[in-house]
Design a protein around this ligand. Structure first.
Ligand code: UD1
Ligand code: CA
Length: 480
């Protein structure tokens, strides 16, 4: 095995991003920028790179713990100085050193492999990555000699007008002959600004008669450095577009990719449809034929086949098949929603399980609730699950009917088939099949209607009659 190491440069202040957060920790596609780079290096076969840290070192070291070896560069005297510091953590047996700037997170893994091959097979002192850009401002320019070889790299600040017009630029990613790098990195002269530029090593190698090879990155947009938040947003857009295209090619309809944001780890089933202004993030899985959006946000959740999430927020929850959610519902963490449930306007659910076919409607709240199948949760119904100190559970049996504006003071159990009247404040358990009304809710017997006296009572009628009982003070018996 040929010993290869990587050094990632991330000690600079990142002045242009104007942030208190280290630049390489700024999120891109929902993950810190440097995560992308570490994953890419791993894909190229390079694990545990050395990351040179400086500005914001404490935060950065914490973020990288277990994934990289960190070493501090203090003071930050330029990229050559950073590599010198990084080399102190590279084993003597290492023969090829990949160096990359920490702020080019979208580089593809195969370019790292290509650089390694170029350097190793060509016995070059340096193999470097270049690319052609429409606007080279800010980049080091690649100066070619008469025979087309790379003669040197000139930094923006040191370039005259003629050099400014060169559109082939240095990406900031290299593979070095480790022995040559160790012998020469400390000899880089100080620049006019007093910094030590890694890019000066190119002219030094050429001057010493060593080979410098260049690999040209075919897609400049993936090689771009992120120095400010405008470039960060451009990278975000690019990433978003790539992810959306991958799903579309896999058979997912994305109605408006420009307003859809899908995280890199999200999975989406065939013939699902993602409507405009939708955000899918984290470890989210969307089932086949599901419709998400418009205006939906789903984070770290599973949505079953054929389910619909319209203008709603779903967090850390599991939704089965054929469910309809929204508009304007909020599933907070820990919900499990059974098949064919309907969760309507302004419903909030937290850490609750809803059985198959249960319906929860207008401006209602279920928290810490175990709800059976085919239950109806009326408008304004609320589980009072919190006494100011502790949370308590509510259990609602199959086929129960919770009338409008019912308050369920937890802990409380509503038996299967039980009913609560409009405005009931339920403070005690309700037996299976019982009907309770009032404040505090007490039990009543419902008169059975015959077909002559009116239509068979449905759920709505039962609630209304319970309400009349309670208001007229004619309830038959207190709750047993
Ligand atoms: C650098 C290159 C330039 C290249 C460009 C590509 C140099 C001198 N210039 O310029 O040729 O076109 O990247 O994006 O190398 N860093 C340290 N320690 C330091 C200074 C910088 O670790 O003392 C780190 C920074 O945190 C950053 C990386 O090195 O991640 C590059 O530094 P930056 O200031 O962004 O260099 P550029 O001006 O973009
Ligand atoms: Ca940069």
């Amino acid at each position: 095995m040929v010993a290869i190491a990587a050094i990632v440069l991330a000690a600079g202040q990142g002045t242009r991003i104007r942030s208190r957060l280290p630049k390489v920790l700024h999120p891109l596609g929902g993950r810190p920028m440097i995560d992308h780079l570490l994953n890419t290096l791993a894909r190229a076969g390079i694990e545990h790179p050395v990351v040179v840290v400086g500005h914001g070192a404490d935060v950065l070291e914490e973020a990288l713990a277990g994934r990289a070896v960190t070493v501090r560069q203090d003071p930050q005297l330029g990229t050559a100085d950073a590599v010198r510091v990084g080399l102190t953590r590279v084993a003597a047996s290492v023969r090829h050193v990949v160096v990359t700037v920490g702020d080019a997170p979208l580089l593809p893994a195969d370019l790292f492999q290509q650089l390694l091959r170029e350097q190793a097979e060509g016995e070059a002192a340096i193999a470097l990555l270049s690319t052609r850009v429409a606007d080279p401002t800010g980049y080091g320019r690649i100066v070619r000699d008469e025979r087309g070889g790379c003669a040197r790299i000139v930094e923006e600040a040191d370039a005259d007008a003629a050099l400014h017009s060169i559109d082939e630029v240095n990406v900031g990613t290299y593979c070095f002959d480790a022995a040559w790098l160790r012998a020469n990195v400390a000899s880089v002269p100080a620049s006019a600004k007093g910094e030590f530029y890694l890019t000066d090593l190119v002219a030094m190698a050429v001057g010493a008669g060593r080979r410098v090879s260049v690999v040209m990155a075919p897609r400049p947009e993936l090689a771009a450095g992120i120095n400010d938040r405008v470039q960060l947003a451009a990278a975000e857009q690019l990433l978003r577009q790539e992810i959306a295209e991958r799903h579309m090619r896999n058979g997912v309809t994305i109605v408006d990719p420009a307003t859809t944001w899908i995280g890199g780890a999200v999975e989406i089933g065939q013939d699902a449809r993602i409507e405009p202004r939708t955000v899918l993030s984290g470890a989210t899985v969307i089932g086949q034929d599901a419709v998400i959006g418009p205006n939906a946000e789903v984070r770290d959740s599973r949505i079953g086949p054929r389910s619909v999430v319209w203008a709603s927020v779903v967090e850390e929850s599991t939704v089965a098949e054929d469910v309809e959610i929204g508009p304007y519902s909020h599933l907070r963490p820990g919900c499990e929603i059974g098949p064919r449930c309907r969760i309507g306007n302004f419903a909030e659910v937290k850490k609750s399980h809803l059985g198959a076919g249960t319906q929860q409607h207008h401006f209602s709240y279920l928290g810490d609730a175990e709800v059976g199948e085919r239950v109806n949760i009326g408008a304004g119904a609320v589980t009072a699950n919190f006494d100011g100190v502790d949370k308590f559970p509510t259990v609602i049996g199959d086929d129960a009917f919770i009338g409008v504006d019912t308050m369920l003071r937890a802990p409380v159990t509503i038996g299967p088939g039980a009913k609560t009247g409009a405005g009931a404040v339920v403070t005690r358990d309700v037996a299976a099949g019982a009907t309770v009304v009032g404040m505090p809710a007490r039990r009543i017997e419902l008169r059975r209607r015959t077909s002559e006296s009116g239509p068979d009572h449905d759920r709505g009628e039962a609630t209304a009659s319970a309400e009349r009982h309670s208001q007229g003070g004619r309830s038959s018996r207190p709750d047993a």
